[in-house]
Design a protein around this ligand. Structure first.
Ligand code: DON
Length: 309
């Protein structure tokens, strides 16, 4: 495993075409696209890493996995009255389907659906308490109390969150948002501004791995379902492509991080800030394609020796 990660990090370091760093959140625009990190937390309790695996980055939409787990913990299956479970085939911040589908977002991993999840865990608490609970969940999952929210990134996002405000107002107009729009956007933006290194994120994802040593923060049934949604909806309109190339549940963020789960083997975090045309990490996706091919960890089976990548 260590040799494979080292090789993948070396290949990534030499790559000339690294994708484009997100610029619509100004704090993210200045990040050096030359960085790449990867970490793997295995079911038997080991942690491997290579490259810039100790550099903190903004997890952005990867936080939607933790938000969904927290929201499910609050209201259980009732959340599915307010958000669907189908891929949208549209970009992460699209408003297109909301009107046609009466304010019920397609899934909890596009922005509209994530705003519903945030509204759900925010329901009976103040934003400060709600974010405290979210951090507590992530810290427990990662077994690391050092994980925090980057306030500068959160404020930078709020100042340009025009699309998210639109989505939230749309949801509110269909009675699918209960807290005030400002509070939901504020909480959601802070949630996205959680910072982690690849090593911390790989550790935090272990609650989605089915093995005795993993933190039991969600039920077996919930874990299976969150993984199913990551596979079908975790990369927006690039979800089909990620499943085709990697074959494991994954959730990406516009900060360039991807959390990938091998359901009974490991939690994997990869990070490189340059994005592909879907807004997912370019080198992260390519690295995961190589990783999946070499480990044979695709949930769809092991490739034949010499098979095309
Ligand atoms: O709401 C936003 O636009 C960002 N905080 C998160 C978007 C994101 O990470 C999309 N992922 N690829």
């Amino acid at each position: 495993m260590q040799a494979l990660l080292t090789e993948i990090a070396e290949t990534a370091a030499a790559e000339a075409d690294r994708g484009k760093v997100a610029t619509y959140i100004s704090e993210l625009a200045g990040i050096d696209p030359g960085q790449f990190g990867i970490a793997v937390a295995t079911a038997d309790g080991r942690l491997f890493s290579a490259g810039d695996a100790d550099v903190p980055f903004s997890i952005q939409s990867v936080s939607k996995v933790f938000a969904l787990a927290l929201a499910l913990g609050r209201v259980g299956e009732q959340i599915w009255r307010r958000v669907g479970r189908e891929p949208s085939g549209l970009s992460f911040d699209s408003v297109l389907l909301l009107e046609r589908e009466n304010g019920i977002p397609r899934n909890p991993f596009i922005n509209a659906g994530a705003l519903v999840a945030t509204d759900t865990y925010l329901a009976t608490s103040s934003p400060r308490e709600a974010l405290g609970q979210l951090l507590q969940f992530i810290r427990a999952a990662a077994d690391d109390d050092g994980i925090h929210i980057n306030e500068t990134v959160a404020q930078s996002e709020i100042s340009t969150a025009h699309r998210n405000f639109s989505l939230a107002h749309y949801l509110a107009s269909f009675d699918n948002l209960h807290a005030p729009v400002d509070q939901v956007i504020g909480t959601y933006s802070h949630q996205c501004a959680v910072e982690m290194t690849c090593r911390q994120l790989a550790m935090a994802g272990r609650f989605l791995v089915d093995a005795p040593k993993m933190p039991g923060l969600v039920s077996v049934e919930r874990r299976r379902r969150i993984n199913a949604l990551m596979m079908t909806c975790g990369h927006y309109d690039g979800s089909g492509d990620f499943a085709f190339r990697v074959g494991m549940p994954g959730k990406s963020g516009v900060g360039g991080g991807i959390l990938v789960i091998s359901p009974s083997r490991a939690s994997i975090a990869v990070w490189s800030p340059g994005l592909n045309r879907y807004g997912n990490s370019k080198l992260g996706t390519e690295a995961m394609q190589t990783f999946s091919h070499r480990t044979g960890w695709s949930v769809f089976g092991v490739p034949h020796r010499g098979a095309e990548r």
